[in-house]
Design a protein around this ligand. Structure first.
Ligand code: ADP
Ligand code: MG
Length: 382
């Protein structure tokens, strides 16, 4: 056990990946905007929006890291401050955190916002630079009618020096800001991150697996299966959680590598897939056809041709001493199983026959459940 997840901490959300597949353009654009702002000495405020797991936090942290690293190499430049507002809760909590990042630790009580701003002003003056302040999950303070966003956008006027703001929220929060703050975020000052598609998620999983997992312990097929499952939500966090689960499943079973079975099992843990109640609804032939498909999917295979599934079904019936249904009936049952979301039918394409995938069920678990159900039914019959 423990030979696949060699750097598990890199699958946690605190890890900031060096590369962001699928967000290269956004990364370059944000870096350029803030770098230009620093060079011209004119603050730029930006609102970054997108759904859960669309990479908002990862992108902002990467931008901040890249900008402050680059400015350490060259003179002048930008200093960055990142605060998660949801964790701080209030304007004062957020301000305390900003102060901490310039080396000032104020007690939790006893200071008003304007007193804290005075302290901040002195702190910032010690090390003059253009600041980029990232306020992640900013909705938390916007809901409380924050004054802080307004005060920070007026940084130069209130003698805090040049401050660029990067606000992050799931959706457009500008309508909830005061008109003055809102006007400093024009239309061109918004960036929206669309959900990831399966291809992007696959690239994200592939690059993350390279740091987190033992080399060679996961195949392209596994990445694809998990990426497709997560594409339903377009959520990279979900994709990475699935990978972590699949790796754990493989380690628990003492596998050397993550196989498709482990991946299906991981997916199943998240999606409402097989339960015995659903199985109750299956009648004789459907039960056998599904069991045959599950059996022919055992091992590192993601799909089975309908022809091979039918052969497996024939063999199963023979073994059980049952009469196999006709080819037509078999196909009708497969179609029915697809409508009930037990299996997916991948249509035939040039040079390749139609193939069957098992929905969200790991073949071996489904098989166990089906076996149990079958013997149960058999017992009831007698
Ligand atoms: N383009 C990407 N490349 C690599 N990892 C990514 C990418 N986008 C998101 N992630 C990872 O997915 C997870 C969720 O992303 P996160 O930035 O926290 O999403 P959000 O803040 O939009 O909810 C994190 O572990 C993050 O590192
Ligand atoms: Mg986030």
């Amino acid at each position: 056990m423990g030979n696949i997840l060699i750097r598990e901490e890199t699958l946690e959300s605190s890890y900031v990946p060096p590369k962001l597949p699928g967000r290269e353009k956004e990364l370059a654009l944000l870096e350029r905007r803030f770098r230009e702002a620093a060079e011209k000495g004119v603050p730029q405020h930006l609102l970054l929006t997108g759904g859960i797991g669309s990479g908002k936090t990862a992108l902002a942290r990467r931008v901040a890291d890249n900008l402050s690293r680059r400015s350490r190499d060259s003179s002048g430049g930008i200093r960055t401050i990142y605060v998660n507002c949801w964790r701080r809760g209030t304007d004062r909590g957020v301000l305390r955190e900003i102060l901490k990042s310039v080396g000032i630790d104020l007690p939790e009580r006893g200071y008003s916002v304007s007193e804290m701003l005075d302290v901040l002003e002195r702190g910032l003056r010690r090390e003059p630079a253009h600041r980029l302040i990232v306020l992640d999950e900013v909705s938390a303070i916007v809901r409380q009618e924050t004054k802080l966003v307004y005060l920070l956008t007026r940084g130069s006027e209130v003698s805090l020096g040049p401050i660029s703001l990067l606000l992050i929220a799931p959706e457009d929060i500008l309508p909830y800001l005061d008109p003055a703050s809102r006007s400093s975020f024009g239309v061109s000052h918004q960036m929206h991150l669309p959900p990831y598609d399966a291809k992007a998620l696959e690239a994200i999983l592939t690059t993350r697996a390279e740091v987190a997992l033992r080399r060679g312990s996961v195949s392209v097929g596994v990445h694809r299966l998990l990426a497709e499952a997560a594409a339903v939500r377009g959520d990279a966090r979900f994709a990475i959680e699935l990978l972590l689960n699949a790796a754990r499943a493989a380690e628990t079973d003492g596998h050397e590598t993550i196989d498709l079975e482990d991946a299906r099992r991981a997916r199943m843990a998240f999606l409402p897939g097989v339960d015995e109640k659903r199985l109750e609804g299956l009648t004789g032939t459907s039960l056998y056809v599904l069991l045959a498909i599950a059996r022919s999917l055992r091992g590192p295979k993601g799909a089975v041709t309908t022809e091979n599934a039918r052969k497996a079904y024939g063999a199963l019936c023979e073994q059980l001493g049952e009469k196999a249904a006709s080819r037509v009936t078999f196909w009708r049952v497969v179609k029915q199983l697809e409508r009930e979301e037990w299996v997916e039918i991948e249509p035939a394409s040039v040079g390749r026959p139609a193939r069957l995938h098992l929905g969200d069920a790991p073949a071996s678990q489904l098989e166990l459940l089906l076996e149990a159900r079958r013997s149960h039914t058999a017992l009831r019959k007698t």
